[in-house]
Design a protein. Structure first.
Length: 267
C-alpha cells in the first residue's frame, strides 16, 4: 500500500500533510502563523489592547535637528559674523620705536649717573666736577638769564614733541581703506596710489606726461597735452582720475585738483 501523499490525491483542508502555508481563501491567517515557503518570517510581537506594538512610523524632523547637536549648519544669524562694511576705519597707529628707545636710553643714562654720584658722596668721596659746577650755576643764575631761558625752551620743546608723538597716530604715508571685510583692516601706500592713478591718467588721449601726488586729503595731477583741446583733455582726465580714486576703495575719498598745460617749446 502506498501512502496517500504519494498518490497525488488531494488532501482535505486543514490536513497536517499539506504545507504549512496552504490555507483556503476564506480562512484568515493567524498573526503568528508562518507564511508560505520562501517568504521571510516576521518576528512575533505580543498583542496589546491598543494593537500590535510595532515600530513607530517616522514622524516629522524635530526643529532642533539642525542645532548644535544635529548634522545641519547653524542659522546665518547665529554665526556671529558682522555684515559687510561694518567696523571703524581709523588711521593706523605707529609704534614709534625710535623716539621711545632714545628717550628710554637718555633717562636710563641720566638716572644711573646721578645714582652713582649720590652713592659716591654718601661713601665719603668727592662728587663729580660737572655736578658741582651745574649746581653752582643753577644756584647763582637768575631765572631771566639767557641760558636759563634757552634751556627751558629746549626742554619744553622736547616735552611737547613727546606729547605730539603720544597723541597722534602717525603713519601719514598709509591711507586707510574701507572695511568691506569684517575684522580686517587694510591700508594703501600713497606712492602706490599715485602710481595707479598715473597709469589711469596716461590712458587719456592727448596726455603726453603726467605727475600725480597723493596726500591724505587731496590728489594733485599736473599733465601736459601735446594735442587735442586742453579743456577736453582736462575733462577726460578729471573723469578718469575720479573713477580711479573711487576704485581705490579708500575710507576717506580725497579731493582732486587737475592742471593741464602745453609742453614747453624747444629752442
Amino acid at each position: 500500500m502506498t501512502p496517500a501523499g504519494d498518490t497525488g490525491a488531494p488532501h482535505p483542508a486543514g490536513s497536517g500533510r499539506r504545507g504549512a502555508g496552504a490555507t483556503s481563501g476564506k480562512t484568515p491567517q493567524a498573526p503568528g502563523a508562518p507564511g508560505p515557503p520562501g517568504a521571510s518570517e516576521a518576528p512575533e510581537t505580543p498583542d496589546t489592547p491598543e494593537g500590535p506594538s510595532g515600530p513607530e512610523p517616522p514622524g516629522p524632523a524635530s526643529p532642533d535637528a539642525s542645532g548644535p547637536s544635529g548634522s545641519g549648519s547653524a542659522p546665518p544669524e547665529e554665526t556671529g559674523e558682522a555684515g559687510s562694511g561694518e567696523g571703524k576705519a581709523g588711521r593706523f597707529w605707529s609704534v614709534r620705536r625710535g623716539p621711545s628707545a632714545v628717550v628710554a636710553l637718555l633717562l636710563f643714562a641720566g638716572t644711573g649717573i646721578l645714582l652713582y654720584d649720590a652713592a659716591s658722596v654718601r661713601a665719603g668721596r668727592a662728587g663729580m666736577a660737572w655736578r658741582r659746577t651745574l649746581t653752582d650755576e643753577l644756584a647763582s643764575r637768575r631765572l631771566d638769564d639767557v641760558l636759563m631761558l634757552a634751556g627751558a625752551a629746549v626742554l619744553a620743546a622736547l616735552g611737547l614733541w613727546l606729547l605730539v608723538l603720544a597723541l597722534t597716530p602717525g603713519k601719514r604715508s598709509l591711507l586707510t581703506m574701507r572695511p568691506d571685510v569684517p575684522r580686517v583692516r587694510a591700508g594703501l601706500e600713497r606712492s602706490a596710489a599715485a602710481l595707479v592713478l598715473r597709469d589711469r591718467a596716461m590712458e587719456v588721449s592727448g596726455v603726453q606726461a603726467v605727475r600725480v601726488t597723493v596726500s591724505r586729503r587731496r590728489v594733485r595731477a599736473r599733465a601736459t597735452a601735446h594735442f587735442r583741446d586742453l579743456d577736453r583733455v582736462r575733462g577726460d582726465l578729471d573723469g578718469a582720475l575720479r573713477s580711479g580714486i573711487a576704485e581705490l576703495g579708500l575710507a576717506r575719498r580725497p579731493g582732486l585738483a587737475v592742471r593741464v598745460r602745453r609742453p614747453a617749446k624747444r629752442r
